[in-house]
Write a protein that binds this ligand. Structure first.
Ligand code: CLF
Ligand code: SF4
Length: 290
């Protein structure tokens, strides 16, 4: 039993372009932009764009219904069989949108073995985990920008938890607890966890190693430190330099494996992570068809 599980886990990681550096040129992913709503307000996020916790901000993208998402998956998996991962990464928070679950239910009925991935701010993770397990979500990203509520309170303006608004430090306490409890529970279910951290100079740059230590204790597989894209309430903060980002990654490496090849994909990106087909002409897309 354990052998099968380990073998599955090994294959899932080896074929995942974000979890495995070697997979990035061989295997692709497809994001389904089915999740427009968010339940928190990060200070670097401008609504109508995409969740900056995972995505590069772009022009407003088309939101798909679950049925449209299924059709897109059918087409893509038949034309581009190198796509091994179906993910939901916004443009809002996947767990705050019922359509996420509906879309994955539809896809799962037709593709029993495809890897499901998701990227979330973690606020609803403890509650939604049973549904994720049922759908067979294998890899999950939780964005943790601080494990100290005083710091997270400066990064997130408010969280909307069960219909109530909690501001600053108060909201941060709820979110951090749910992120860490949710990760522990997800790891117990065999889900392979990635933690994304947005590096915000002057706010969390001195604190990222503490995040790495906290996630190490919880058996997180890999950490992805991303550069702040200055906008919204953080428009006045500069982005970290590539050297600063690398130094932070190096400082965290002793605690948790570092992903260094993230492309900050769009919430509707598909194909290889280095070659987003959502931004290509049909002519170029056809050239890649198998
Ligand atoms: Fe998508 Fe994210 Fe899954 Fe990858 S992206 S939900 S873990 S399948 Fe990958 Fe893109 Fe970086 Fe994300 S390169 S933004 S880390
Ligand atoms: Fe924006 Fe993502 Fe933060 Fe929600 S979790 S406020 S979509 S950056």
């Amino acid at each position: 039993e354990n052998f099968t599980f380990d073998r599955d886990r090994y294959r899932i990681i080896a074929e995942h372009p974000c979890y495995s550096e070697n997979a990035r040129h061989r295997f692709g992913r497809m994001h389904l932009a089915v999740a427009p709503k968010c339940n928190i307000q990060c200070n670097f996020c401008v609504r109508d764009f995409a969740c900056v916790n995972e995505n590069r901000p772009g022009v407003t993208m088309e939101i798909l219904t679950p049925a449209e998402a299924l059709e897109k998956v059918r087409q893509a998996l038949s034309d581009y069989p190198f796509i091994k991962v179906i993910g939901v990464a916004g443009p809002g928070d996947p767990l705050a949108n019922e359509e996420t679950f509906e879309a994955l239910r539809l896809v799962r009925q037709e593709f029993p073995n495809i890897t499901f991935c998701m990227s979330t701010n973690g606020l609803m993770l403890p509650e939604k985990l049973p549904e994720l397990v049922k759908l067979g979500v294998a890899t999950l990203t939780v964005t943790i920008n601080a494990v100290d509520p005083e710091i997270q309170g400066q990064i997130c303006e408010y969280v909307n938890y069960h219909g109530k608004i909690y501001r600053g430090v108060e909201g941060a306490r709820i979110q951090i607890k749910n992120q860490l409890d949710g990760i522990e529970a997800a790891v117990r279910e065999g889900i392979v966890i990635k933690v994304n951290t947005v590096l915000v100079p002057g706010i969390n740059d001195g604190h990222v190693v503490e995040i790495a230590k906290a996630v190490r204790e919880r058996e997180v597989y890999i950490m992805n430190i991303m550069s702040l894209i200055p906008q919204g309430a953080f428009a006045h903060i500069r982005a970290p330099t590539p050297e600063e980002r690398q130094a932070t990654q190096d400082a965290c490496e002793p605690y948790v494996r570092q992903m260094r090849h993230c492309r900050q994909c769009r919430a509707d990106a598909y194909g290889y992570i280095d070659q987003d087909m959502s931004q290509m002409s049909e002519e170029r897309r056809n050239l890649i068809k198998i």
